[in-house]
Design a protein around this ligand. Sequence first.
Ligand SMILES: Nc1ncnc2c1ncn2[C@@H]1O[C@H](COP(=O)(O)OP(=O)(O)OP(=O)(O)O)[C@@H](O)[C@H]1O
Ligand SMILES: [Mg+2]
Length: 338
Amino acid sequence: MARSDLLLSIVRAGASGDQAALRSSVEAMVADERGKNHNILADRLQRALNAVSVTPPTRSFANSQAGRDTVLETEARQQLENLVLPLPVTRQISQLVEEQHRAELLRAHGMQPRHRVLLSGPPGNGKTSVAEAVAEALAVQFFTVRYDALVGSYLGETNTRLARLFDYARTVPCVLFFDEFDSIGKERGDVHETGEIKRVVSFLLMQIDQLPSYVVTIAATNHAELLDRAVWRRFQLRLALPQPSREALAAFLERQFALWPEDPGMQPDTLAAKLGAISFAEALEFCQTVRRQHILSLASRSLKNILREQIDLWATRVGTEEVNAARSGQATSSSKRS
Ligand SMILES: Nc1ncnc2c1ncn2[C@@H]1O[C@H](COP(=O)(O)OP(=O)(O)OP(=O)(O)O)[C@@H](O)[C@H]1O
Ligand SMILES: [Mg+2]
């Protein structure tokens, strides 16, 4: 079959939920790609197909679509190899990916791959990126839960929408990403909360427990300490993504330097020391600013020169330490006042 016909038959089979047709068309495509020596693509197609075989399309397709508006569907572009992660995190994420890829073997032995992950760490150090990269590595859909679309004002409405969300997530192998999970997960222990919130949280946790293993649930929090133990227990992998050490920052900067068209005239480690304690996101912003200025200079200035100027400017910025110190100062003075 010609490639365009194959694509068409895949889309038709997917749209009508015809798994047998989907399987045979994708298998034909895998064979086609292998014939062209596109082995990486062929492998990825094969993996995506393996996930299809375990999807039980029992519930009505139309019903499960009702929960579609409770998630944001985005294409996962981030790749694990582009992230600088602590070694134990890299190892555990690779294990998870392998367990998911080889789920059929595990299932043949009566076991399921792990599929519930909690990521914690300060802002800008890769929680969202890791979740997205897992979806990319598994070649599955990346769904981010939209709390704004979940919370209803009537009693019981939130649980109804939650049920729809989980019904929808079950329809395909996916990564289901709960960002800022502490905003939900911590409520249970709060004495001021209403019975309704308690019911929502219990229902949410129960639903997470019941998800099939082809749905990889990833929750992210800046405040792991706020989550109660019942919430912690749910997650098979609990990974910390801390602010980078100087070595990690240098490794990140080295990769950025490699993208630059000119020698920056400075060792990554030296720049890491000058930038101090910052997140990866801030380091990225710094590097992009250097590049922007270099592009705008239309090669009239050297990158080396621009880098030095930006380092000086960097030293004058308002850092998170100052903001935190100012905040805690305010807190003390306001508590003195009251
Ligand atoms: N460990 C990392 N390695 C490489 N780049 C990173 C890393 N962490 C963050 N970045 C870069 O910083 C950007 C922002 O990171 P990300 O959104 O993943 O942080 P986050 O932990 O989810 O932050 P927040 O708590 O604010 O949601 C990413 O797009 C990525 O480019
Ligand atoms: Mg994030």
